[in-house]
Design a protein around this ligand. Structure first.
Ligand SMILES: CC(C)(COP(=O)(O)OP(=O)(O)OC[C@H]1O[C@@H](n2cnc3c(N)ncnc32)[C@H](O)[C@@H]1OP(=O)(O)O)[C@@H](O)C(=O)NCCC(=O)NCCS
Length: 208
């Protein structure tokens, strides 16, 4: 994998792209972060992750700049619609965050981001994927179950804003053929779904 590349190969017909998160992306990411989470990370957390943590891998999701849609904008200037990241230590990928900006939810983009994280983790040597999720966050849990994660533990009162429990979810053996097959089947369905959505507007969201 070269510099600036990500593991997930997205077909041309799918109008979205995934890139490694850059330091310049962080102000835009922070906008989504503040809207998506009741306890948003401070900007310095992203600074630490991106600039100083060699085990951290963060990705951003944007519309693909297509000629007919946005002739003047180079790909990197398209708005960020979502992001996610994980820590890899040593063959365990711990997904630390994932979010899609609210107007863009429910169209398969959270799944695209999650798939990109899983593929990136596998390409970098992960065999286990794990994460914590709020007990009340059924949407996220549903997504994770779709990708084979199961509840393996509970951390009581883990979230300090409302004393909510965290569920610990994980899936093992993601390098094995059975899981690869599952991923390929999910991927094929996701490409059809995302491609069927058609071209997306060039400047769909207010990122303030
Ligand atoms: C969790 C999140 C990333 C999902 O993104 P999304 O773009 O809305 O989800 P998608 O449209 O890609 O849906 C993927 C899967 O998620 C689940 N899902 C999505 N919306 C759902 C809903 N309203 N009810 C139940 N499950 C839902 C389903 O499993 C769905 O697969 P399906 O379409 O085959 O049923 C998004 O809701 C989000 O950013 N939430 C706020 C931040 C957050 O909670 N992050 C997770 C922290 S652990």
């Amino acid at each position: 994998m070269g510099e600036g590349m990500t593991a997930l190969v997205i077909p041309e017909r799918v109008p979205f792209r995934i890139d490694p998160m850059q330091w310049e992306d962080v102000p835009e990411v922070m906008g989504i972060e503040r809207r998506a989470f009741s306890m948003p990370w401070p900007m310095r957390a992203y600074e630490q992750e991106i600039l100083h943590n060699p085990n951290a891998h963060y990705l951003v999701l944007r519309p693909r700049a297509m000629r007919a849609v946005a002739p003047v904008l180079p790909p990197r200037r398209m708005p960020i619609l979502g992001y996610g990241g994980f820590w890899l230590v040593p063959d365990e990928a711990h997904i630390s965050t994932i979010a899609i900006d609210a107007p863009w939810r429910g169209r398969g983009l959270g799944e695209l981001m999650f798939l990109a994280l899983v593929e990136e983790a596998i390409a970098r040597g992960a065999n286990l994927i794990t994460l914590e999720v709020r007990a009340s966050n059924l949407v996220a849990q549903h997504l994770y179950r779709k990708y084979g994660l199961e509840v393996v533990g509970r951390r009581p009162r883990y979230y300090r804003d409302n004393n909510e429990d965290a569920l610990l979810m994980s899936v093992e053996g993601v390098r094995l053929p059975a899981y690869r097959q599952r991923l390929e089947a999910l991927k094929a369905r996701l490409w059809d779904r995302l491609a069927a959505a058609g071209p997306i507007p060039a400047a769909p969201i207010d990122t303030n």
